[in-house]
Design a protein. Sequence first.
Length: 202
Amino acid sequence: MKSNNMINIPNIISFSRIILCFPLIYFLGKIPPKLHFYNFSNYSTDLCIVLGLILLMLLSDVLDGFAARYMNQVTDLGKLIDPVADKVSILIILVYLTQKPGIEGFFILLFFVFLIARDMFIGIYAIYFIRKFNITFDSIKSGKWFVACTALMFLFFIYDSILIKFYYLKWYFYALTLLLMYYSTYEYYTRYIKAYKKKIND
């Protein structure tokens, strides 16, 4: 059920994720892209704050959709703010991680290119349905799992200097995130195709 009240608790929760991006930019800017175990303690406070901000963003990503459904406050604005907030926060961390030297920076940059292509693909379809049929779709579950897995991958890359014994975990999450990226894109595509065929047949 849609709500006509655009300023509601779920939308505020979604928008808070964008607000949290500002302190995230500040504290990430204080941390060198390539940390070493011996100088980790110099940035421990900043790293803890970054961890807290990312976890808060993940929590808000879970709560906004749950609150919208529970309180019957699903709005078209909320459907737009939610993915935008996800993309803004992801891009901020990606820009930071692309500064990592060597193969890590290269693969993060590659991930960045794939993500931009994915979002442009989904965005073109979304804009078409809004303008042609005045329809705004909810985020799909696989898309939410993709965002959550991306956040975990980012944390492993940021904290790799202290996760020496679990060094390869970041690459496992990298591969898993790419799989979820592909699967969620496929689900978005099939949903748009089904919706288009339904509208044409109607």
